[in-house]
Ligand binder design. Structure first.
Ligand SMILES: [Cu+2]
Length: 463
């Protein structure tokens, strides 16, 4: 036995919510042991104890796959299989993933490593794995039908290539893609630079943007959805299920984000400016970078952003498409802002006893819906927006998390430090006193100089 198969490492992994499954000794002689994760928590980084040294990444609500060395080749074992993934506390989804979770584990190698990946198919249909963004020989590219026969259920295929270029990559199936991506089959890949001192950072996070369409009260995604997904997730988690990104003040931070949804996501960070330092095409030369607080990540793209976390606090970090910071429930409801529903409710209640007026003053009241007796949520459904902060409801869901910048954390400390303690005099506060009526432009009786002809839109004519 070597590497992670040793007893010491097995127990280390088991303690972290990761388990090695029982396989026969004969099978083990040929195939690397199957290691799988049972929890959706962010695992501590996997420090390499064999092979070339590197600074490991932290997979948000995920983990990295252990390997074994075999005559100088790094061997991994991915198993495509049905999994149950907790999207956030209170909701589980029946997905397809790798090694117990969706997304699958992050694979970390070093530039120049010879890599062998065994892929076992435990799905009910054929699959394959495409190593997105990597320079590989054509026959290792994983496009079923085009570059290889698809992997039939029960079969194991072997992919072998050299990890030629350092950078951030993804892996996903290239067989019945629409179904398999909608079911959550995907994972991250990092090829670390051969020189660990190249573009060093103190904390290096990675996650994938992915999306699901799961009807309230059900467990399995609708695989035929084209664009109108209702759960916008990071590594198949929705706020408040997404862990915070915990960093020490003045740490240099890298966050690598890949997009495997069907739309773009403008990812926005509060309190700091960052630069895009990498794409899945390689590192951006320093002369070509510019400062940003939002970077749009297109479909099938990967971006690495970097900044110095010099501003302590609990900073929002989210997709800027506001519907992507909401969970399932109906988005097709009419707008009732300003519509007084008081007596209407009495009338409708005669017919529908559970009817509840909503949206008269906005939708923030949705945050309290789970707690409201008149309208309980269906089973296995997340509220549309939720999450509590130290001052009350955060009114968010979906692609939302926080960057928690704190002084005095230990080097590898990623534990949630709790709410930020605001220094005296640095918190927005309520004005107390008389607020004088603001001066307004005086009303006039004169007829408007321009008479406006309004033509109301009918159907698509209004476009
Ligand atoms: Cu988005």
């Amino acid at each position: 036995m070597n590497d992670f198969l040793s007893r010491r490492n097995f127990f280390k992994l088991a303690g972290a919510g990761i388990a090695a499954s029982t396989v026969s000794k004969v099978a083990m002689a040929a195939l690397p042991e199957i290691v799988s994760a049972e929890s959706a928590n962010t695992q501590t980084p996997l420090h390499p104890d064999t092979g070339r040294p590197y600074n490991p990444v932290v997979t948000l609500n995920g983990w990295s796959l252990p390997w074994r060395m075999n005559n100088g080749v790094k061997e991994f074992h991915l198993v495509a299989e049905p999994v149950v993934r907790e999207i956030a506390p209170g909701m589980k989804a029946h997905l397809w993933g790798y090694n117990g979770q969706s997304p699958g584990p992050t694979i970390e190698v070093v530039e120049g490593d010879k890599v062998r990946i065994f892929v076992t198919n435990r799905l009910p249909e054929v699959t394959s794995v495409h190593w997105h963004g990597q320079p590989v020989p054509n026959g290792m590219d994983g496009v079923s039908g085009l570059t290889q026969p698809a992997i039939a259920p029960g079969k194991t295929f072997v992919y072998e290539f050299e990890a030629k270029r350092a950078g951030s990559f993804m892996y996903h199936p290239h067989a019945d893609e629409m179904t398999q991506m909608a079911m959550g089959l995907m994972g991250s890949w990092v090829t670390h630079p051969k020189n660990p001192k190249f573009m060093p950072v103190d904390r290096d996070f990675i996650f994938l943007l992915n999306a699901y369409d799961i009807d309230p009260g059900s467990y399995t995604p609708k695989i035929n959805t084209m664009l109108d997904f209702n759960l916008w997730t990071w590594n198949s988690r929705a706020f408040p299920g997404i862990d915070p990104l915990v960093v020490r003040k003045n740490d240099r931070v890298r966050i690598r984000v890949g997009n495997l949804t069907m739309t773009n996501h403008p990812i926005h960070l509060h309190g700091h400016e960052f630069q895009v330092t990498g794409t899945d095409g390689g590192w951006v030369p320093p002369t070509a970078r510019w400062p940003e607080v939002t970077t749009d990540i297109g479909v099938g793209q990967m971006r690495a952003i970097e900044f110095v976390a010099n501003n302590p606090g609990d900073w929002a970090f989210h997709c800027h498409k506001s519907h992507h910071t909401m969970n399932a429930m109906g988005h097709q409801v009419p707008t009732l802002l300003g519509v007084q529903q008081g007596d209407l409710v009495d009338k409708i209640s005669n017919l529908v006893p559970d009817y509840m007026a909503m949206g008269e003053t906005g939708m923030a009241e949705m945050s309290d819906m789970a707690a409201m007796m008149p309208m309980p949520l269906p089973e296995n459904t997340l509220p549309m927006m939720t999450g509590k902060g130290q001052f009350g409801d955060v009114n968010m869901g979906g692609m939302f998390s926080t960057l928690k910048v704190r002084e005095g954390l230990a080097k590898g400390d990623y534990k949630d430090p709790g709410h930020y303690q605001f220094p005296k005099g640095t918190l927005a506060y309520e004005f107390v006193g008389d607020a004088p009526e603001p001066p307004r432009q005086s009303a006039t009786d004169e007829k408007a100089a321009v008479e406006v002809q309004v033509r109301k839109p009918t159907g698509h004519a209004g476009h």
